[in-house]
Design a protein around this ligand. Structure first.
Ligand code: ADP
Ligand code: FDP
Length: 696
């Protein structure tokens, strides 16, 4: 019997039917109505299981070649219709050969054996199961556990007109993208055969074999996650230790210690990312009060509530969007002024000297921030506990006429999270870098915490955002009061969408394209042979690297070199993002750099002079690309499952610079080689990176 393929694939002619047959548990229908020429049956086989069955996928295998000729390895996967329902549907002639088959469960890991249902072979004739439609029972875990599925079978007589009409409707409603006839969202089911296709695309079992070093980035005067060096405390000839230069924040292992001064060139302050972001931000600045043009995000919260972590993350995001942003960490000022070994007594509420010392360094940091704003800075992230209303009043007074303040309070009520944070704090904070005895450090920090808790006053004044138990991203909440304007709105949107659940993000360019071989930019060419080999190796890599993950998604651009690179990947949904398309090279599309230099020397020189801001005629600049990638960054922050981004050189440079804290001016010249996977691990301790080069 020739099943005509999977659901929705309606082929063949049929007889005007007058009804269908229902066969669910315990009964077998009969063919209704009379037959003449071409009648077809639309047959549906379903299995239902309320409880999730892990990564086992229901399949059908049996006598016909399409369902494996009794080879479980070539069984036909059932499609998930609902969370607990799996279906295999097909169109057959009413007088088809009897189909012998059984259900089986197949693990995602091809090496693990299938589980075949208990009981005799099932027989399908005239589209219906013979005899009682029994449950499907499977013995798991060495027969220790029996799993039951309810089985349903249905066959409808379909007329030629119905078949044709349903095919037309199917085609109209499932418009494949203009690009390649591949739907914008598609998923290749795991093939019955093993993924090793013998084309040399197999990989070593140990993926560490492919790890390559991360290119050492040029020392950054000021990476987002290194709080500003306290200008007001710099004494001529001061000797700076590495510790003094490091903020309380999560240090990005890649960025070296900050130089003494922040050399960012205020005269040529980084422009807003081009496009809507800049337009709205500029409009706000032009029409807002002078004070509103400068923004201070003042953190509030007890120690180990994630203030610094949030400050670093927010700094990274705003700088990536082109807003001149700087992180001011008062803990750093305290250490510089009073040394890094204050005991908990320094923070006692009855220690007047300690209180004055802490307010003094907070005022120094605020002065530095206001000076920095006068020099061109736009958003200051003021990171301290700021735990009393009196302290906050002091800061608001200093801000008057200089900048607008928004308080950002981080509240965590989960004792387990707090205990974990405290452990991480003792391990990471410069306050305990010289404390060899972990327990002593822990005891001291807990005393410090108690001292703060005695005087802590939650924020009630001014404009504020409260992040309450937002850690796990479940059940937490964000409270917002008296917030308005473009930039504050974006900050709220970013905070709502970001979380701390660790998960990997894999970035890779497409396989080598024909234009890459010829040195041509842009275009929409297919892959070269090497590019096709990379696509297979990438699929292999993803299967190994993500096999322990419950799910993941594959993002490509709408250009065929990324879609074709993703094609061999199976088992994960693939989504085409227009925003991930390569930088639009406008009138230079399809040219080589040499041709551009020869035919349009002025364009070539302009781009060479300022590759970040330069916009191809009728094309894009890197700032334009960053602007259109902002929703991608927000979605990457929001995702909890792993994401594999298959995109392009310029786009990946822009995305990578966000995760790696690199200043925008470095973006256009970053190394972004072909056939290399950059794994970004985002989690509670910040952002880590690993690179795998699968082939040259
Ligand atoms: N929102 C959060 N939820 C859970 N853990 C966090 C959060 N923010 C930070 N952490 C972890 O807790 C530790 C302390 O965070 P940190 O930002 O230094 O706290 P604070 O600045 O409030 O003292 C850090 O090691 C960090 O990895
Ligand atoms: O900004 P530059 O360095 O030109 O890099 C962008 C160029 O990289 C290329 C390759 O030269 O990207 P892609 O990854 O799509 O192959 C061009 O298509 C694109 O114009």
């Amino acid at each position: 019997m020739g099943t005509s393929g999977s659901k929705g694939d309606v082929g063949g002619a049929a007889l005007p039917g007058d009804g269908g047959m229902d066969g669910d548990e315990g009964s077998a229908g009969a063919v209704m109505g009379s037959w003449h020429g071409g009648a077809q049956l639309y047959v549906s086989l379903k299995m239902e299981k309320a409880r999730i069955i892990g990564d086992l996928v229901p399949h059908v295998y049996g006598s016909e070649p399409i369902i494996g000729s009794w080879d479980p390895a070539h069984a036909l996967a059932m499609e998930r219709e609902l969370a607990s329902m799996w279906e295999l549907s097909f169109v057959v002639p009413p007088d088809h050969e009897t189909l012998d088959f059984k259900f089986l469960l197949k693990p995602k890991d091809a090496a693990t054996p299938c589980i075949i249902e208990e009981g005799p072979t099932r027989l399908l004739t005239g589209g219906m199961l013979e005899g009682d439609v029994r449950l499907a029972n499977f013995k798991l875990n060495g027969n220790d556990e029996v799993v039951e599925f309810r089985v349903f079978n249905k066959a409808d007589i379909v007329s030629p007109l119905e078949l044709a009409a349903s095919w037309r409707v199917y085609k109209e409603n499932f418009q494949p993208s203009m690009v390649r006839g591949i739907p914008d969202i598609s998923i290749n089911e795991a093939p019955a055969h093993a993924t090793e296709d013998g084309s040399g695309s197999s990989l070593e079992l140990d993926l560490e074999h492919y790890v390559v070093p991360t290119p050492t980035a040029p020392p950054t005067e000021y990476a987002a996650n290194l709080a500003a060096t306290p200008a007001s405390l710099i004494q001529p000839g001061a000797l700076w230790t590495n510790d003094m230069l490091l903020s309380d924040g999560i240090q990005s292992p890649r960025s070296g210690p900050a130089d003494f001064q922040d050399h960012s060139d205020h005269n040529k302050a980084m422009p807003e990312a081009a496009g809507a972001v800049a337009a709205a931000a500029v409009a706000d600045r032009l029409h807002g009060s002078k004070e509103d043009r400068k923004l201070a995000i003042v953190l509030v919260g007890l120690p180990a509530r994630g203030k610094t972590f949030t400050a670093v993350k927010l700094t990274r995001y705003l700088r990536w969007l082109g807003h001149e942003t700087k992180h001011f960490n008062v803990g750093k000022y305290r250490r510089l002024k009073h040394g890094a070994n204050q005991s908990a007594d320094f923070f006692r509420p009855d220690n007047q000297e300690g209180i004055e010392a802490r307010n003094e360094v907070a005022a120094l940091a605020m002065e530095d921030m206001i000076d920095w704003m006068h020099g061109g800075g736009q958003v200051g992230i003021f990171d301290a506990t700021n735990s009393t209303s009196k302290r906050r009043q002091m800061l608001m007074k200093m801000a008057e006429g200089n900048c607008k303040i928004i308080f950002l309070e981080t509240i965590c009520n989960d004792r387990n999270i707090i205990e974990r944070n405290v452990r991480l704090k003792i391990q990471q904070s410069p306050d305990y870098a010289d404390q060899p005895d972990y327990e002593a450090g822990l005891q001291d920090f807990l005393e410090r915490l108690t001292n703060y808790e005695k005087v802590y006053e939650p924020v009630e004044e001014g404009s504020y955002i409260k992040m309450i138990d937002m850690v796990k991203g479940e059940g937490g909440q964000l409270q917002v009061n008296n917030i308005s304007g473009y930039l504050p709105g974006r900050i709220v949107f970013f905070l709502v969408n970001s979380h701390l659940a660790p998960r990997p993000i894999l970035l890779t360019r497409h396989g080598e394209s024909l234009h890459n071989v010829r040195g041509r930019v842009g275009g929409d060419t297919v892959l070269s042979e090497d590019g096709e080999l990379y696509a297979k190796k990438l699929a292999n890599f993803i299967e190994k690297r993500l096999k322990s993950e419950k799910t993941a998604t594959i993002w490509t651009s709408t250009l065929q070199r990324t879609i074709l690179t993703a094609t061999p990947i199976v088992g994960f949904p693939k989504i085409q993002w227009r925003a991930l398309d390569e930088i639009n090279s406008g009138v230079c599309d399809g040219m080589t750099y040499e041709e551009i230099k020869k035919i349009m020397p002025e364009e070539y020189e302009s781009r060479k002079k300022d590759k970040l801001r330069y916009r191809y005629p009728r094309g894009e600049s890197y700032l334009d690309v960053i602007q259109r990638l902002e929703p991608v960054i927000i979605e990457l922050e929001r995702q909890r499952a792993p994401v594999v981004v298959i995109s392009h050189q310029a786009v990946l440079r822009a995305l990578y610079s966000y995760f790696a804290d690199r200043p925008l001016r470095e973006v256009p010249d970053m190394e972004m080689p072909l056939h290399t996977i950059i794994e970004i691990q985002m989690g509670v301790t910040g952002v880590e990176e690993k690179r795998y080069k699968l082939m040259d």
